[in-house]
Unconditional design. Sequence first.
Lengths: 301, 332
Amino acid sequence: MTKLTLGPIAYHWSAETRRDFYARIADEAPLDEVYLGEVICSKRAPFHEPDLPDTIARLERGGKKVVLSSLAEVMLKRERKATEDLVALESHEVEINNAAGLLARGKCPHRIGPFMNAYNEAAITWMAGRGARHICLPTELPVQSIRIAAQVARELGLGVEVQVFGRASLAVSARCYHARAHGRTKDNCQFVCELDMDGMPLGTVDGKPILRVNGIQTQSESYVCLLAETGQLAADGVSHLRLMPQAIDMVAVAQAFRAVLDGAMPAEEAGASLRDLCGTAPFSNGFYHGTAGHEFVAEVR
Amino acid sequence: MSPGELICPAGTPAALRTAVDAGADAVYCGFQNATNARNFPGLNFTPDELASAVAYAHSKAAKVLLALNTYPPAGKVDLWRSAADTGARLGVDAFIVADMGVADYIARTYPDMRLHLSVQAAASSPEAIRYYCENFGVKRVVLPRILTIPEIRAIRKEIPCEIETFIFGNHGLMVEGRCSLTNYLTGQSTNMDGVCSPASDVEFIRHGDGTMSSRLAGFSIDCFGCGEKAGYPTICKGRYTAPHRSDPYYAFEEPVSLNLARLLPELIDAGVHAFKIEGRQRSKSYVRSVVSAFRTAVDDIRAGRPANITDLVALTEGQKQTQGAFASKKWR
């Protein structure tokens, strides 16, 4: 049975917003697993870490398995310490997003996050031999490679995950582009990223929306949407489908994907309701279909 | 004291000979396919060309480092393995790798071959670097261009391998090996295809009012006034609009190039073993002037003589330059 997961919140949502968000997710969303933890900016973690134990308990009461995700960029002392502390956890599964975490985790079981670049069967085989039990594939991997990677991973007994909804992570940097946009630097950012719950839109000089800025991360303007592709993904051996939290009704998004996975609703119908939920954000599935990532390819039947 | 090795770009056999003649301690190059991160038309080596290049470099006591630093997508791993087999057969001195599967293959198949960890692996902490050293026997790490010199000095004390840093050329500001911007706009991937803002997708459009737009795959990356020189449309060096800003601005970075000439003494003192000059896409004359200028400067500094830094600074004439992340945390 294909599992539906919710990825970690990429944005700097306030503690109160997060509490409300996860309370609804816990009670109402048809999700199997939820990833928690700050992946993008270590400066944000102190704002929401105090709530983590309560959030975990709440989600678990709601029948969700909780996995903790580590930082994608590890450079400073506090980032090295945060990574070391996280991977030392025995109470929960951890998803590692930086090789620094791999060193500390050793051969203890762990998940490989989307920032770890598990692009191929050789890398996946290597990671499995070092304790990986589950792999989230890179967002830009096309279907032909997903198929081969998933088959090898399943033969090794690993879970395989693909992002099927939400903005794609396109780049990370040491520089904070949110701070830069407001004439500040990362050390003096005053948490200006809090203003943009769905990322700060960047347009081209001729006014076409193109990218989103989220602190040190650059994201796609479009929401990746692989709703019509869920059946193929499951048939190809992908065991987990990941929804990335956006500032929209994520319970309804999860319900749409669940309905399609369960065969309770045709993808076209669920797609139409998903379209209504997502406002003006364009949908894309180009990475999956091996074309420009921003494109939306209608499924060939 | 750091030997201050100069690692120089060789996009073509002619550039390789030029770099070696100008004093390179080592040159880095790749094959004409997706196995390296500069898979640009007209660049790189056939196996025969690489064989001659290795012979020429070795005759002048220079080393040849083969870049196999992209990430094979599942189903295409054999291309990378075969490139490694060819490189080993032709006697290159080290492989520059990023993917764990590629590193594992080389470490198992050619245990005596030197492995360098590419900047594409994005190892920016002692722990990440040690992971690659302990598991694959990596002998040198090429550090991401995101660290300050005090941070590099601190890392040096905690790792068992040599450090190589970029000192001159393109100023990449996204964490390398984690950037899909080009694939998002063009359908060609930096990680899987070795392509960044490909020339085949570039257009320059002259408008009626004399302004000029630069485009990548149909997206405007910048617009230039009549008096401005139009730059190449690299996504992370473009101008964009944001809701709270009245005019388009360089959202990521201005079109500047990296020049750490003034920081050379400090970098040597920090224990940086080797300095990388970027620019496999550059001309022979560029390679000659940059390599010979840095050769003289490094030799002067190591001999305790004052180096003529002014000449190095002048190399980027006409182009704005930066010390990027290296000089101060304020860059971030």
